[in-house]
Write a protein that binds this ligand. Structure first.
Ligand code: TMP
Length: 216
């Protein structure tokens, strides 16, 4: 099963990933965690270029393509092989980040961006995507306060980040079978509990779906 966590800056995704992975491993599942952009040596090198605060002249097209280059590598080198071996892959951001940030944020043509994503991922779509939704200003403040890695995209203006958040909510509305929206403004423990419930439900649904084939 392929699960992705998405959300605007400061939504707390990253702090939830490892505890979720440990909880799933405790239940006997084989779990692999990854983050995007990154997760392979090549993808981490591309991440450094995209996020470098000095690269102020980077064009949105360049930015979009670099994210896809990093993604193509992790999909082929890590995600597909792990899924084929029966792992649950938990990923901190994936292709929906490109639609939210480069598509909605930079107001680029969404169909063109989707075509690039299809090329980069070979059509690999998550089984479950959880949107950790947080007020943009609260999220950005959280991020500065917690002193986590501040990157070139964080430095875009407030309107950009508001378009990103609105884009996420729009995507979640368009594809309710894959997306679940969680209010990430709540206490951390409450959010973690809710994430676990959502994953268990999805896991149960996918096991039910698998049963008839297994019996054949
Ligand atoms: P994070 O590690 O703090 O989540 O930072 C990743 C940054 O990269 C964040 O600002 C969102 C951005 N991003 C995109 O703009 N497009 C993408 O496709 C991905 C994966 C991330």
């Amino acid at each position: 099963m392929f699960i992705t966590l998405e959300g605007p800056e400061g939504s707390g995704k990253t702090s939830h990933l490892q505890p979720l992975a440990e909880w799933l491993a405790g239940k006997g599942y084989r779990v692999h965690t990854a983050r995007e952009p990154g997760g392979t040596s090549i993808s981490e090198q591309i991440r450094a270029v995209i996020h470098d605060l000095k690269n102020t002249e980077m064009h949105p097209h360049t930015e979009t393509l670099l994210y896809q280059a990093a993604r193509a590598q992790i999909v082929e080198q890590v995600i597909r092989p792990k899924l084929a071996k029966g792992y649950i892959v938990l990923c901190d951001r994936y292709a929906d980040s490109t639609l939210a940030y480069q598509g909605y944020g930079h107001q680029q043509n969404l169909e063109e961006v989707r075509a690039l994503i299809r090329y980069a991922t070979g059509g690999l779509v998550p089984d479950l995507t959880i949107l950790l939704d947080v007020d943009v200003e609260v999220g950005l403040k959280r991020k500065t306060k917690n002193d986590t890695e501040w990157n070139r995209l964080d430095a875009y203006d407030l309107e950009f980040h508001q378009r990103v958040q609105a884009g996420y909510l729009e995507m979640a509305k368009q594809e309710p079978g894959r997306w679940v929206v969680v209010d990430a403004g709540k206490e951390w423990e409450k959010v973690q509990k809710q994430l676990r419930r959502i994953i268990l439900k999805k896991q149960a649904e996918s096991e039910i779906r698998l049963t008839p084939q297994t019996l054949r």
